[in-house]
Write a protein of this length. Structure first.
Length: 117
């Protein structure tokens, strides 16, 4: 099973940018759709974005469209989430996840993003 390790979270001010990384081990990464979800305190985990195996298609939640960009480098087994114009409501734990048979099935441990106003 692919192991996923997120990094790049931190404390920033509103309007700042952050780039999250998700490093994967294992051979199935390059053939998998990958995604980012987030979970804010007291709320359910929600979809943020996804990217197909070759980067040909990406999808975004309306709340982040135009501010966040997902990308991947299959040679490095890494998927990225560039987050610009961050808002306090973006504060959450961000999870990287691998899709298998159309199911989000393999999750990283998460990285905390905190945006102060």
């Amino acid at each position: 099973q692919v192991q996923l390790v997120e990094s790049g979270g931190g404390l920033v001010q509103a309007g700042d940018s952050l780039r999250l990384s998700c490093a994967a081990s294992g051979r199935t990464f390059s053939s998998s759709t990958m995604g980012w979800f987030r979970q804010a305190p007291g709320k359910e985990r929600e979809f943020v974005t996804s990217i197909t195996w070759n980067g040909g298609s990406t999808y975004y939640a309306d709340s982040v469209k135009g501010r966040f960009t997902v990308s991947r480098d299959n040679a490095k087994n890494t998927v990225y989430l560039q987050m610009n114009s961050l808002k306090p409501e973006d504060t959450a734990i961000y999870y990287c996840v691998q899709q298998a048979r159309s199911i989000w099935s393999n999750w990283g441990q998460g990285t905390q993003v905190t945006v102060s106003s």
